[in-house]
Design a protein around this ligand. Structure first.
Ligand code: NAD
Ligand code: ZN
Length: 368
């Protein structure tokens, strides 16, 4: 059976914040990070809640939220007896909010799961529409993706004004995460006609608008397009799964704390090379959609590869893993564990080419 499931009410454009006035509950638990707490975004969200709604704020989410932080926040949430969670932030705050909903539901099965609303501030992870929450086990340096349909948010408000404050480096990294979601969804073993339409549109938007948003963070047309692309890529990969770019990025993130989007951006060209002929037809299609010469699978794949490398270079993203802040000896020492984690990562199951242990070693060596 092939399926496409999309549960979230997605709102964008003028007046979309007004959806907060009619939330089905009386007490809101806002989940955000320390930076966002200082931007005035929380006050803006609160100003749209209806009169009399109580508010509790948890603003201590760190990048790549840890199980420790989520445990503390889950206790506070349960004690507050709030019935709505609103996440305001990037993937870290959104995933933390989703994990709080998940763990509180498991701790007390009689409790109704909270209504989950999300206001993303990066474009981004697409987490506002996915059934995944990535949490980090800091003791074992592991990123663990929780997956459950109850984690899919009920409401996503895509207001590009909230992404305007992103510095260019975060704009670049999060935008390349969108591209990686879309390309991996497009070539995945579970791709279908619905996911490929969302993925294709997201890919075109990223190539056209990410360089503009990177060059000028106040380019609101570009910001608006990118927040839509991020959500569309999320819809696509939530249904089709991802690929080994993400499996490697999870490993690099857990062990060396490389930002998720940066890790994906650096790895993506190497994974396109690795998958090569196994998804050449889809890579050829993507190249074709982008208006690149693609008269054969090889020509299409090579031109897509070149275009991704050029996009990375225009965003000042490093060319290889050794250009990131990683010690070579540590990288070599961790390699066997990394390979095992990559092979076991849920994203590897939908990669178009099934990698062997030796394949992953070669990929990690080549990308270094
Ligand atoms: N759940 C999913 O489906 C999914 C998909 C992909 C990635 N992820 C996870 O999401 C996390 C990454 O999320 P992210 O890339 O959005 O980054 P993030 O949420 O970790 O934020 C990165 C930094 O950007 C800052 N920031 C966020 N919005 C800003 C704004 N508008 N202006 C200025 N600064 C801002 C944050 O304060 C933080 O310092 C990772 O843990 C990754 O594993 C989840
Ligand atoms: Zn991602």
């Amino acid at each position: 059976m092939t399926h496409f499931y999309a549960k979230t009410k997605v709102c964008y454009g003028e007046g979309s914040m007004d959806n907060l006035k009619t939330l089905p509950g009386k007490h809101v638990f806002i989940v955000t990070d320390a930076f966002i707490a200082k931007t005035g975004f929380v006050e803006e969200v609160k100003s749209h809640l209806s009169m009399g709604v109580l508010c509790t704020i948890f603003d201590k989410v760190e990048a790549d939220p840890s199980l420790d932080t989520i445990t503390i926040a889950t206790h506070l949430f349960m004690k507050s007896e709030a019935d709505i969670i609103i996440a305001i932030g990037g993937g870290s705050a959104i995933d933390a909010a989703k994990a709080i909903a998940y763990f509180s539901n498991h701790a007390d099965l009689l409790r109704q799961p909270p209504y989950l609303a999300v206001v993303p501030t990066t474009s981004g992870t697409g987490s506002e529409v996915t059934s995944i929450a990535v949490v980090t086990d800091k003791k074992n340096n592991l990123k663990i993706p929780l997956q459950d349909d109850m984690l899919i948010p009920d409401l996503a408000i895509l207001d590009a004004r909230f992404t305007r404050t992103m510095p260019s480096s975060i704009t670049a990294a999060t935008g390349m995460d969108v591209l990686t979601h879309a390309i991996e969804a497009y070539v995945s073993t579970k791709t279908n006609i619905f996911t490929s339409i969302y993925a294709e549109t997201a890919i075109k938007i990223v190539f056209k608008y990410l360089p503009r948003a990177y060059a000028n963070g106040d380019d609101m047309e570009a910001r608006e397009q990118l927040i839509l692309a991020s959500c569309m890529a999320g819809m696509a990969f939530n249904n089709s799964g991802l690929g080994i770019t993400h499996s490697v990025a999870h490993s690099l993130g857990g062990l060396f704390h490389i930002p998720h989007g940066v890790a994906n951006a650096v790895l993506l060209p190497y994974v396109i090379e690795f998958n090569g002929f196994d998804s050449g037809f889809q890579y050829q299609n993507i190249a074709h959609c982008l208006g690149l010469p693609a008269s054969s699978m090889d020509e299409g794949t090579n031109n897509l590869l070149k275009a991704v490398r050029q996009l990375n270079a225009s965003l000042d993203i490093p060319y290889k893993i050794s250009d990131l802040d990683i010690n070579k000896d540590e990288y070599i020492n961790h390699m066997p564990a990394m390979v095992n984690n990559i092979l076991q990562d849920i994203c590897t199951t939908t990669n178009p080419k099934k990698p062997s242990y030796e394949d992953v070693i070669r990929l990690l060596q080549k990308a270094w």
